[in-house]
Design a protein. Structure first.
Length: 262
């Protein structure tokens, strides 16, 4: 506030830095704009792939599944989603679980240009039932596996916490009996975006390292008490794998979100 000559307070309009303008938010919701953005992202992925050198860590782990087209759960952190097509080396169809939020839909459209099919999960509004949306997504993934497709899951998606696994992937493996194979990717040239998932944006002329972890088998008769043990195992293995590929591309380990007390 400031004052005029008669000492009457006069409001001073200040601009909040870092806040996205409303017109830009409205523009981002437009279907046509989303289609153009998705196409441009898809073109960028293709460009990066052309000028990228790929190397693999323990590629023999998924080789049998790729070669014989045996379904499995392709499990990686949400922040590495853009590079997920680089590690899928099979003609077998793969479906990735994507949030129904507009950002998730845009990414889904982008990676669909590279042969990655999608399953839309829930992005519920306030007051809606998250459990129903999650159950519908789980049924869709079970059906995809029964149809002979691979399923890709980000166990910390769609909104975090970053690099902390949920039990959803354990439930899917328990219902279907297919193994979970952890996957992690990193590049030598990259930008980490200021998002909840520390989204890795690869740059051209990079070396990309893709690492695979040992399959995790979940017993169909697994007790609820053991679910947490498997969930923690998946989280630990994915984080260890992420540290490994980040180290191989010259970066310090990325830390998961701090645990919160309940």
């Amino acid at each position: 506030m400031t004052s005029s000559g008669d000492n009457t307070p006069v409001a001073v309009r200040t601009r909040k830095r870092g806040k996205t303008p409303r017109w830009l938010k409205r523009l981002g919701k437009h279907r046509g704009v989303q289609e153009i953005a998705a196409f441009l992202i898809a073109c960028y992925i293709g460009l990066v792939r052309i000028f990228m050198r790929l190397s693999f860590v323990r590629p023999e782990i998924p080789e049998k599944y790729f070669r014989e087209e045996i379904p499995f759960i392709y499990c990686f952190w949400h922040g590495r989603l853009l590079m997920m097509p680089f590690g899928w080396r099979s003609k077998m169809k793969v479906r990735v679980l994507i949030s129904s939020h507009r950002d998730g839909v845009m990414i889904a459209r982008a990676i669909s240009y590279h042969g990655i099919h999608t399953i839309h999960g829930s992005s519920p509004k306030e007051g809606s039932d998250k459990k129903k949306g999650g159950a519908a997504a789980l049924r869709a993934m079970v059906k995809a596996i029964k149809d002979g497709d691979g399923v890709a899951i980000t166990p910390d998606g769609p909104s975090g916490p970053h690099m902390r696994a949920s039990e959803g992937v354990v439930a899917l493996a328990k219902l279907t009996g297919v193994p979970i194979i952890p996957v992690a990717c990193s590049t030598t040239h990259r930008k980490i975006l200021n998002t909840w998932d520390k989204f890795l944006w690869p740059r051209p002329f990079s070396r990309c390292v893709i690492g695979y972890g040992e399959p995790i088998i979940v017993d169909r008769k697994l007790s609820p008490e053991k679910m947490e043990e498997i969930r923690q195992l998946i989280e630990d293995r994915l984080n260890a794998l992420t540290r490994e590929v980040d180290g191989l591309t010259g970066y310090d380990p990325m830390s998961p979100a701090p645990l919160t007390e309940t």
